[in-house]
Design a protein. Structure first.
Length: 377
């Protein structure tokens, strides 16, 4: 069993932390709109809207980061994509994904059975069994596109469906197409198809957001970024600063354009978002040096998977308290900091005391060398 020796990148953790921050405030902002609170007396409305209405875009940042990291680890462990150890690859995905996924589904089913508000599945055509099967088969996005939105705790699993279907195919593509010259062009074509695959879906808002191909295009961009980084090496300091500046500018443009960017390029704005994410992951440092004043965001990034799966418990709880105390209107802005802190704390606890121990235990068991499991002669 080989072990990863890649140093943890504070830049990647920072980007993941910023992404999960946007996801948390987005789901709170849908229920306590920041621009409809007294915060609008102090800050421009376009700034407040940009802060709370980019959760979907933040998920695409996660997709790019995911493709980048997975590819880098495959290159480190197996030397090249065409020589990927597909059995070990799948075992590592199971060890990382399964514990939290199964735990979340169990808690959501218990909440449904107890009739907890915001957790009951009661729309026509939906059922706890249907939601569970779709979550476990990574088709929850298809299920929602066919039946309507699920409760928020379930709904977050749409992105996992996109990601894991990509990774189910990834080793097989590497072992076949990776042995030819067509892998990179195929990945590039998938990236460039993002605006067109989104624009082609006009009759189903849910499926337009959650279809497989656009998200896979973002993951493919991360794969290409990792391949470019492996071929060219770590950019020099000046190049890293230039890439980071371009990436930040692209993200700011997408988040705070106030609608004019959409009117100018329509679905093409997704390529700007993906390009900005690529620039930032390529610019991430390798030496483990901390990015000043961002330790809290980096900490959120280290537990981003756990925060992503569990943050709706915090959001629903705080929104309920805000409405009971009549602080959901003018004073709604007061709930944002507690929501972020509590989501971070919950995700951190789940990571430290459940998902990481389960991940390590499963890896030890699943990746045990054959000689260690063979019966004694």
């Amino acid at each position: 069993m080989s072990h990863s020796t890649l140093p943890r990148s504070p830049g990647i953790d920072l980007l993941r932390g910023a992404s999960i921050l946007l996801v948390v405030v987005h789901h709170l902002g849908l229920r306590l709109p920041l621009h409809k609170t007294d915060a609008a007396l102090w800050l421009p409305v376009f700034l407040l809207k940009g802060f709370i209405y980019n959760g979907y875009e933040a998920v695409f940042l996660f997709f790019v980061i995911s493709g980048f990291l997975i590819t880098r680890h495959v290159l480190e462990r197996d030397g090249a994509l065409p020589t990927v150890d597909w059995r070990a690859f799948y075992k590592r995905r199971v060890a990382r994904i399964a514990p939290c996924l199964l735990g979340l589904i169990g808690v959501l089913l218990a909440c449904h059975a107890m009739g907890v508000p915001n957790y009951v599945i009661d729309k026509p055509g939906q059922s706890p069994l249907g939601a569970t099967v779709s979550a476990l088969t990574f088709t929850l996005n298809v299920y929602e596109g066919r039946t309507d939105w699920l409760p928020g705790g379930w709904d977050v699993l749409w992105s996992l469906s996109v990601e894991e279907v990509f990774y189910l195919a990834f080793p097989l593509v590497c072992l076949t197409l990776g042995r030819t010259r067509w892998l990179v062009p195929a990945l590039a074509l998938l990236v460039l198809s993002v605006p067109f695959t989104r624009a082609a879906i006009t009759d189903n808002e849910i499926w337009q957001e959650k279809a497989y191909l656009p998200g896979m295009g973002a993951i493919a961009a991360g794969v290409l970024a990792a391949l470019a980084r492996a071929r060219s090496g770590v950019p020099c300091r000046g190049a890293r600063w230039a890439l980071a500046a371009a990436g930040i500018a692209g993200l700011v443009l997408v988040m705070f354009s106030g609608g004019w960017l959409w009117r100018a390029v329509h679905e093409g704005y997704m390529l700007i978002l993906i390009g900005a994410a690529v620039a930032l992951v390529v610019a991430s440092p390798e030496d483990g040096r901390a990015v000043p004043y961002t330790g809290w965001l980096q900490a959120m990034g280290r537990a981003s998977y756990e925060i992503y799966l569990t943050h709706m418990f915090v959001v629903f709880t705080l929104v309920g308290i805000a409405r009971m105390t009549a602080t959901d209107k003018a004073w709604g802005w007061l709930w944002y900091a507690p929501a972020v802190l509590l989501a971070w704390a919950l995700g951190h606890l789940v990571s430290v005391y459940f998902s990481e121990p389960a991940n390590r235990a499963l890896r030890r068991r699943l990746l045990r060398p054959a000689s260690a499991t063979a019966p004694a002669a």
